[in-house]
Design a protein around this ligand. Sequence first.
Ligand code: UTP
Length: 286
Amino acid sequence: MIKKAVIPAAGLGTRFLPATKAQPKEMLPIIDTPTIQYVVQEAIDSGIDDILIISGKGKRTIEDHFDRNFQLETQLKNKADHDLYNEIRRISDMANIHFVRQKELNGLGDAIRYARLHTGDDPFAVLLGDTIIDSVIPVTQQLVDIYNQYKQSIIACEMVPEDKVSCYGIVGGDKISDKIWNVTDLVEKPEVGKSPSNLAIAGRYILTPEIYKMLEQTSFGKGNEIQLTDALRLLLRKERILSYTIEGKRYDIGNKLDYLKTIVDFALKRKGFAEPFREFLQEKLK
Ligand code: UTP
């Protein structure tokens, strides 16, 4: 059973400056909902309501977002705006959300180390706080289903074009089925032409607690950061790791172009927006 989720959200978000100079990129809104709320919702929709957010300097608004705001609640109540009131209350009651601060920003692998006390000896899900995956079945649920079958660490992946491999962690492996591979190799941002495959790590994982020992042994890698991919490569020597090609569309909010695409895609699906927004786009593109 996967009962806990870890959401790393401490990064600086340098690709999204200057917007992220004084606000977390995980709070960038998709229309009216912060990115990290979609991520938390995915965990909940996957049956996980014990969530640890890896926070850090300048990330207080994430904590505030999932906390009660009595002044706002009173005002909405007085205005009899029941829908908004209920939504604001729902956000603060969504899940059992805990926070821990990453003291030095030493990369995703380092961020995961801060979850050790919280997850203990249990396997856990990891959902990157700046990545939304739009899917019919929540992607974390898809991973949990595979975990329940194989009881091994699982890396969510998606196929990317050859010229994009150098933007991602890439896995190589042997096919078990169309979607599931037995991972044999992991490379962080390989050069084009030197990649073991086009299967890119997609921001969701199920990890066994053994990963913490591997993180202790992982030295600074690409970008002078402790890379989770490097720790997973060490884990490969001890345990089998599976990759799973997700059913869903991934949006990396930390990338400006992806952010714009997310807003357009979500607006085109949003009740009340879809029609006028489509007309606006059609008019613009004429
Ligand atoms: P990224 O590598 O995309 O985040 O990490 P970043 O370092 O903030 O991005 P840029 O390159 O400077 O724009 C993916 C997720 O891991 C978290 C980030 O907050 C993001 O949600 N992260 C990253 C941490 O929690 N700690 C870190 O040290 C690095």
